[in-house]
Design a protein around this ligand. Structure first.
Ligand SMILES: NC(=O)c1ccc[n+]([C@@H]2O[C@H](COP(=O)([O-])OP(=O)(O)OC[C@H]3O[C@@H](n4cnc5c(N)ncnc54)[C@H](OP(=O)(O)O)[C@@H]3O)[C@@H](O)[C@H]2O)c1
Length: 235
């Protein structure tokens, strides 16, 4: 899709990768950027239109879809982390929250905005997923990985179901980025602005998938090694 002149809606746009998307879209010539946040007052970027949205609240999603009838690009970015062993009983609560935010939220958004995107002819959805949709870090990311694996499968299903109406669906996989979510993680982290630059180029090129950094590309390649990477990672 063409970014120039597009009307974008970015979830979780008040900070981290979502703010980088809002900034990058404005710089690339988007006609309008709706910056959605649980607290719209937390959106301080000039030039965007702040809107209230908690992606776990179906009523808010439905109301926003009724209000914003000009959206041609939906960026499903909002997400939550959280780690710990899945065999800890507390993991069930974490899992429910992560699924609601990271997998069900993007699906509800796609359902609510599919009609509007179809009317725009060549609309697009970006689903921000993760390298952790394919592997689990031992004793740590099981529930988050499960939610992102579900988001990956749903992104593939959305692409199939929206193809007939000409809506592009881009799955964006990235490992660690320099945002609040990965603050405690040591080692190299991708720059959110660089990830956005690649994502906008991938949209313009009509791609369905973006592996945005070396770590993600190596995890993806590791799915077919012997043993595959996800079996080799033991605690
Ligand atoms: N950082 C990484 O290393 C990394 C790697 C791979 C993928 N990702 C994914 O990248 C996306 C962006 O994450 P980030 O790194 O920018 O994290 P971040 O800095 O923690 O920002 C998360 C954003 O999501 C919003 N959010 C959380 N729950 C929400 C909800 N229920 N409704 C609406 N907004 C909600 C937050 O809003 P509040 O300010 O209200 O909390 C915030 O704007 C996420 O999907 C994440 O899973 C991140």
């Amino acid at each position: 899709m063409k970014i120039q002149g597009s009307v974008a809606l970015v979830t979780g746009a008040n900070r981290g990768l979502g703010a980088a998307f809002a900034r990058g879209l404005l710089a690339a010539g988007a006609a309008k950027v709706y910056a959605a946040a649980r607290d719209p007052a937390s959106v301080t970027m000039p030039g965007v239109v702040p809107v209230r949205l908690d992606v776990t609240q179906p009523d808010q999603i439905a109301a926003l879809a009724r209000e914003l009838t000009d959206v041609s690009l939906l960026v499903n970015n909002a997400g939550i982390g959280g780690s710990g062993p899945v065999l800890d009983p507390k993991a069930i609560d974490t899992l429910h929250r992560q699924f609601e935010t990271n997998a069900v939220g993007p699906l509800r958004m796609a359902q609510a905005f599919a009609g509007t995107l179809g009317e725009r002819g060549h609309g697009a959805i970006v689903n921000v997923i993760s390298a952790l949709s394919w592997v689990t870090l031992p004793g740590a990311t099981g529930s988050y990985s499960a939610s992102k694996a579900a988001a990956w499968a749903l992104s593939n299903a959305m692409r199939q179901e929206l193809r007939a109406q000409g809506t592009q669906v881009l799955s964006l996989h990235v490992a660690f980025m320099d945002t609040d979510m990965a603050r405690g993680v040591p080692g190299p982290k991708a720059s959110p602005d660089e990830v956005v630059r690649q994502a906008l180029a991938a949209l313009e090129a009509g791609q369905s998938e973006l592996l945005a950094d070396d770590m993600t590309r190596s995890v993806h390649a590791g799915l077919t090694t012997q043993p595959p990477m996800y079996l080799g990672m033991v605690g």
